[in-house]
Design a protein around this ligand. Structure first.
Ligand SMILES: Nc1ncnc2c1ncn2[C@@H]1O[C@H](COP(=O)(O)OP(=O)(O)OP(=O)(O)O)[C@@H](O)[C@H]1O
Ligand SMILES: [Mg+2]
Length: 271
């Protein structure tokens, strides 16, 4: 990833050096789809044990940013640092190898398989050439207990679980690879009140494990309940970075709609 202004990369280096807890740093990220500029000059930092929410209106670029982190679409401008080291994320494997686990909105669970099989899908444990069902089930229970998950039977097909339980399974599955950062795209969008509370609780468990969590959400109440920091995207650009404890839904909505301008536009952004 070249483009642009050497000063962006320099800034990333100096900032990363000042923050040893920083896991991920994006600077000046840009992405175009043909003539559509989905992202321009986007900065994002994620620290260990921090929940960073990304909010923004439809088309603001949230999913594009998630896909860049997941290696679905490579960025076409800007730089990425992981634990202070330059990194490139060109493929989903690059993303996983760095330790970024993404839970997409559609969850991609296998409906007919049970919870254990879904958790270990593609990473099955074997013993003497056969699947080690006992060990996988034991570890599944360990993980679900640690997450305080409300799942009482790990041998039922995922199709029979509630929306909150399915989200839990998808998030638990993302932890099997022992990631540093978990990216959740709209994890509560389809959920009712108590299931939402269950998932927000789970997000707090992820933070307790020292993970960096990126939470993409439309729901300002959820974001204020669980996030440490809220990053607003508007029309593909940063429009504010707020401490959740020091902001309000009114302030966030003003930033999302553009009623208030918190952007830090530099002339280089418009090249
Ligand atoms: N694959 C693609 N091809 C062309 N344009 C795209 C593609 N993906 C996203 N875009 C465009 O990029 C912009 C940002 O879209 P994105 O999906 O990232 O927004 P979003 O913030 O996730 O919105 P929503 O809240 O509706 O999910 C939009 O203008 C969208 O039309
Ligand atoms: Mg989206």
């Amino acid at each position: 990833m070249t483009r642009e202004n050497g000063h962006v990369a320099d800034r990333a280096l100096s900032v990363a050096d000042e923050h040893p807890g920083r896991i991920l740093s994006l600077r000046g990220i840009g992405k175009k789809f043909g003539a559509v500029r989905a992202l321009a000059g986007v900065d994002l930092d994620v620290h260990a044990g921090e929940v960073v929410a990304i909010v923004g209106d439809n088309g603001a670029g949230k999913s594009t940013l998630v896909k860049i982190l997941a290696g679905v679409h490579p960025a076409d401008a800007g730089s990425i640092r992981f634990f202070g080291q330059p990194a490139s994320i060109d493929t989903p494997t690059d993303s996983l190898d760095l330790g970024i686990a993404t839970v997409f909105q559609d969850l991609a669970l296998c409906e007919s398989l049970d919870v254990v099989s879904n958790l270990w899908l593609g990473r099955e444990l074997t013993r003497g050439g056969a699947l080690d069902e006992i060990e996988m089930e034991k570890r599944s229970w360990g993980l679900l207990r640690e997450l305080h998950a409300r799942i009482t039977d790990v041998r039922v097909p995922v199709a029979s679980l509630s929306g909150g339980q399915r989200q839990t399974v998808a998030i638990a599955r993302s932890l099997i690879g022992d990631p540093h950062v978990v990216v959740l795209d709209e994890p509560t969008a389809a959920l009712g009140v108590s299931q939402t509370a269950e998932v927000l609780n789970l997000i707090e468990r992820l933070r307790d494990r020292g993970l960096g969590v990126i939470l993409v959400s439309h729901n300002i109440a959820d974001v204020l309940a669980v996030a440490d920091r809220v990053v607003v995207l508007r029309l593909g650009r940063n429009n504010g970075d707020f401490r959740a404890s020091e902001t309000s839904s009114d302030v966030l909505i003003a930033a999302i709609t553009g009623a208030r301008d918190h952007s830090r536009r530099s002339p280089d952004d418009d090249e």
